[in-house]
Design a protein around this ligand. Structure first.
Ligand code: PLP
Length: 370
């Protein structure tokens, strides 16, 4: 089996797995309880918050644990329900966690603008500036796109929003643990992250909220997370998330070198095999992300043929019995029609090897050339 779909999810890191175990089987106390048995859980929660904050240059009290990227995104977007100015600006290429949260707002007659992007998938700060009127309550633009890997100019976008006194949120689910993130340098007000994208556990994540920014909770209940996010904390998952994030941040430069090499090897092999393809996204992209559109191919057919060979990749389109539905990202960047339906995404991770990069390219060549 070759797993090259690390943007979909990643393998739990072995050290993260070890670190979480005690909180499942021995130190399983509820951190909200006052007795001695709950102390290790409470301490672990505190330590994890400090570790995570250090990894993104935040303060520990600015980190709110959630059930993952979708919840963090919904919390940020739906916070406008409690604001006087509630119009939202986002982009056409956001993840559905943002887009569908915005559609929900629209059913409540809250206006949302979806900014177009360049053909590299970049949200131009000037486009944002042109759309900022005095009704806007929130701007939300992703740090890096999950399909094509394009890294957005977050600092410049945030400055445009702040110049008009508007809050800025970024969905950094694909970026955290993979590219350097410094919330203070970026100047942002909120940031969403998800552990299973950086070798943590599925169903854990966090929302960074800058000190001083007032948000209304999405989930009401107990007093956890300073009354902001109710529900007994997933201590084991949170410990695994902190361990995995620290490890990913410590080896980030090494990982980038390695993943860029895999990208080069893979693309060179496709070229040798004479595959006619376009590489989608910007040169400034997530390490290990390769989104390509192959001329006159069908992405979904390719995915299934590779699946039969034990190779896991992803596609930018889905076929039904009548026609092919291109993903909203591939449509937004205007991939030429004869290429668009042949879009696939390969996302290499820390454990992938050069042999695997060549084997995937060869398998694609085999399907396309025969
Ligand atoms: N945002 C982006 C950019 C994503 O890629 C994903 C997951 O694919 C999410 C949000 C949702 O995160 P989660 O799976 O943790 O709910």
């Amino acid at each position: 089996m070759i797993y090259a779909d690390n943007a979909a999810t990643t393998k739990l890191d072995a050290d993260a797995f070890e670190a979480m175990k005690p909180y499942l089987v021995s130190a399983f106390g509820n951190p909200s309880q006052p007795y001695f048995f709950a102390k290790p859980a409470k301490k672990a929660l505190k330590r994890a918050r400090v570790t995570i904050a250090e990894c993104i240059d935040a303060e520990p009290e600015e980190i709110y644990f959630t059930s993952g990227g979708t919840e963090s995104d919904n919390t940020a977007i739906k916070s406008v329900l409690y604001r006087e100015k509630n119009k939202v600006i986002t982009s056409q290429i956001e993840h559905h966690a943002i887009l569908n949260a915005c559609r929900s707002l629209e059913t409540l007659h809250i206006p949302v603008e979806y900014l177009s992007v360049t053909n590299k998938g970049i949200v131009d700060p000037k486009t944002l500036e042109a759309h900022l009127d005095d009704q806007i309550g929130l701007v939300s633009i992703m740090t890096a796109n999950n399909e094509i890997g394009t890294i957005e100019p977050i600092n410049a976008l945030c400055q445009k929003a702040h110049a008009k006194g508007v809050l800025f949120h970024t969905d950094a689910v694909q970026a955290v643990g993979h590219i350097p993130i410094d919330v203070k340098a970026l100047g942002i007000d909120m940031l969403s992250a998800s552990a299973h994208k950086f070798n943590g556990m599925k169903g854990t994540g966090f929302l960074y909220i800058k000190n001083g920014v007032q948000l209304h909770p999405l989930i009401d209940g107990g007093a956890q997370e300073k009354h902001f996010r109710a529900g007994t904390e997933n201590i084991a998952g949170i410990v695994a998330m902190a361990t995995a994030l620290k490890k990913n941040c410590d080896r980030m430069e090494e990982a980038e070198q390695k993943l860029k090499t895999l990208e080069t090897i893979f693309c060179q092999r496709l070229n040798v095999l004479g595959i006619d393809y376009i590489r989608n996204g910007s040169d400034n992209h997530l390490p290990g992300n390769i989104n390509i559109s192959i001329k006159n191919a069908e992405g979904e057919m390719l995915l299934h043929r590779l699946d039969l060979k034990g190779i896991c990749i992803s596609t930018g389109s889905a076929c039904d019995s009548v026609n092919t539905q291109l993903s909203h990202v591939i449509r937004a960047i205007n991939v030429p029609k004869e290429y668009a339906e042949g879009t696939i995404r390969i996302t290499f991770g820390w454990e992938n090897t050069e042999e695997e990069a060549i084997a995937i390219a060869d398998a694609i060549g085999n399907v396309i050339n025969h």
